[in-house]
Design a protein. Structure first.
Length: 424
């Protein structure tokens, strides 16, 4: 298939290109980028007024397959990704069984190849069954194609074991993605510790639950030399620690989720589990620190932590319901609305955080629309304003606190390997 994208506003931070360009795609690759291209193409897309960007790369999604297909499948999660402008997503290994062996990695890849409309790059578990006791065969999983290891959903609390995992990941040439949460300190917390938790009479989760493990993991990464990526950073002290680590030139990157820069805990209307996720919505000062950290490039990546659950599960009290909200279909709009329109990020920075930097974290040749690159492209209207409606989601998960929120920014086309996989 050949596609000619006309008159779009190209945003390609990898080459420093920002401006009106035409792009000619053929045989799955970017063939030409220029002004007034007139190539013959099977499909011409008029992208006047739209941004044309390298496809978004999500370092943190939960696809729920195998084991929890009633929440999401590889097929539905990938379709939600395409609708959100993502062309590559990295599923976390907390499935049932967990992605904790070469065989499970191969199973996931095979299913993804058959069923997913976007690229799937799996992440392997750190310990077998994510039970925290026995390391997985990290070298074998890396050989099978995992791009990182992570115990996401929890932390590896045994420091000796985790250090060994980091050493092995370093040897295998892959990164460690850290979910920072002190399992003992969190106790039974369900939302941020503070006035809202007291008002609802529910146990809180302090910032230190995250901060203590973030410090530990940064120190372990310094000891082992592994590339460490801190998932879903939610606190102002996480920001400070990533800043210090960068000043020391440690290979550490930080990720922020749209919900953590969009909403503070004081906006939780009551006992509604669509506002329950891990880490929780934090205080105003944390939200502000996260926005500034993205602006100042202390935080490198915006990732969704797309965590679908069934309506039945999320209809329960916050005390009972599982943690997590969906994010693939709202991330671009929340980033435009909360960060670009508010002056925290330039459009080029948005592309860095959602595409180029994630590619760098993974060490893959994506995140750019330069000639010769794979044609993974998103075309979006940054100005279109609308109201988020869960009934329009293609994800099986409808669990979001942003239903009814007015936002700007809508994905129009998503192109994977030169093929249109989503069109509004
Ligand atoms: N973030 C969440 O609240 N939940 C995630 C796990 C995780 O990313 O920690 C899930 O798998 O549901
Ligand atoms: Zn997590």
């Amino acid at each position: 298939m050949s596609i000619l994208i006309k008159n779009g506003h190209l945003l390609d931070p990898a080459t420093g290109t920002e401006g009106i360009r035409d792009i000619f795609i053929k045989d799955g690759l970017i063939q030409k980028v220029g002004e007034y291209l007139s190539e013959d193409a099977e499909q011409v897309i008029d992208a006047t007024g739209f941004s044309v960007m390298p496809g978004f790369i999500d370092l943190h999604v939960h696809l729920r397959e195998p084991g929890y297909e009633y929440k999401e499948t590889i097929a539905t999660g990938a379709m939600a990704a395409a609708k959100g402008g993502y062309t590559t997503i990295c599923p976390m290994p907390n499935t049932n069984p967990a992605i904790d062996s070469k065989y499970m990695v191969e199973y996931l890849q095979l299913k993804a190849k058959e069923e997913a409309v976007v690229h799937i790059l799996p992440i392997g578990a750190v310990t077998k069954g994510q039970e925290g006791t026995q390391l997985t065969d990290i070298e074998a999983m890396a050989g099978a194609g995992v791009v990182a290891i992570s115990e996401d959903g929890k932390s590896v609390m045994n420091t000796v074991l985790y250090k060994k995992a980091m050493t092995e990941a370093k040897e295998a040439g892959i990164a460690v993605f850290a979910h920072c949460e002190d399992k003992d300190l969190v106790q039974k917390g369900v939302l941020n510790e503070g006035a809202k938790a007291r008002e609802l009479g529910m146990p809180g989760i302090s910032n230190s639950v995250e901060d203590i493990i973030a410090v530990r993991d940064i120190i372990l990464a310094k000891d082992t030399g592994v590339r460490l990526h801190l998932c879903h950073c939610s606190t102002k002290d996480s920001v400070t620690m990533v800043k210090l680590a960068k000043e020391e030139r440690l290979p550490i990157t930080g990720e922020v989720c749209p919900h953590h820069f969009t909403m503070a805990d004081d906006e939780i209307p009551g006992d509604d589990a669509n506002y329950k996720m891990n880490p929780p919505l934090r205080g105003r000062a944390d939200v502000q620190a996260l926005k500034e950290a993205l602006r100042d490039n202390i935080m490198d990546v915006i990732a969704t932590d797309h965590a679908p659950h069934s309506e039945e599960e999320k209809a329960k009290s916050m005390l009972e319901a599982p943690f997590g909200i969906v994010g693939l279909e709202t991330a671009y709009a929340l980033t435009i609305t909360e960060l670009v329109q508010e002056g925290y990020l330039t459009p080029m920075q948005l592309v860095e955080k959602m595409s180029l930097n994630p590619a760098k974290v993974l060490g893959i040749d994506k995140g750019s629309l330069a000639v010769g690159k794979v044609a993974d492209v998103v075309i979006a209207d940054p100005h279109e304003t609308y109201v988020i409606d869960v009934n329009a989601f293609v994800s099986m998960g409808k669990n979001t606190p942003f239903h009814g929120k007015r936002v700007s920014g809508k994905v129009k086309f998503t192109i994977v390997d030169g093929e249109i996989v989503y069109q509004e």
